[in-house]
Design a protein. Structure first.
Length: 69
């Protein structure tokens, strides 16, 4: 087989596999889980988000400024 035929075959195979995966997830006999978790299990994600962003910006700036190579 030439390379072009292999690429076409691989593309068709990936498309068919994605259809099979989507079909397996489409149906189901179990009801969907509730949308909101119980009140005791909610965790905020905004507490450390600002700190992590600032640390990342400072680290990136340091790498850009002090990269002598």
């Amino acid at each position: 087989m030439i390379i072009q035929n292999k690429r076409i075959f691989a593309s068709i195979l990936f498309v068919l596999i994605s259809f099979v995966c989507a079909a397996a997830q489409a149906g189901g006999s179990t009801p969907p889980p509730p949308m909101t978790p119980p009140p005791g299990l909610q965790l905020p994600i905004d507490g450390g988000l600002l700190v992590a962003t600032c640390v990342g910006l400072f680290y990136g700036a340091k790498k850009l400024l002090f990269n002598k190579n």
